[in-house]
Design a protein around this ligand. Structure first.
Ligand SMILES: [Zn+2]
Length: 122
């Protein structure tokens, strides 16, 4: 199977979360862009054989994306999610973000069984 078919491995809850953020900010979001000649190849689904990131990275389960929004810093999106987490939780399946990622924002929909947002170090 080609990696071009990797959308088959994406958790639909992640896709809905990314679309929600895209609609909320009204800006295009880049996750992976290698098919269009870009350099982002590991920002969405990662094969279980991929050695980028943690061994059990949420990316390998299709539950994580590293977002780059046009004209909006990762910190702005991070602050919005933290300030409005109850709304995000009502509208999406978001459970987790990463702290202090400089040029992208990691979001994921892992199961945490927690009422609050999980903020993890990259
Ligand atoms: Zn990530």
């Amino acid at each position: 199977m080609s990696l071009r078919n990797s959308t088959l491995f994406l958790d639909v809850r992640l896709v809905k979360l990314v679309q929600y953020i895209r609609d909320r900010f009204g800006k295009p979001i880049t996750v992976n862009d290698w098919m269009n000649g870009g350099t982002f190849i590991n920002s969405g689904f990662r094969s279980p054989l991929c050695d980028v990131g943690a061994h059990f990275s949420q990316h390998k389960f299709g539950r994580a994306a590293d977002l780059k929004l046009d004209g909006i810093t990762p910190e702005e999106v991070r602050r919005d999610i933290i300030a409005n987490f109850n709304l995000y939780r009502e509208k999406t399946a978001i459970t987790t973000i990463e702290a202090q990622t400089p040029t992208w924002l990691h979001v994921d929909v892992r199961f945490t069984n927690m009422e609050h947002l999980l903020i993890v170090n990259p």
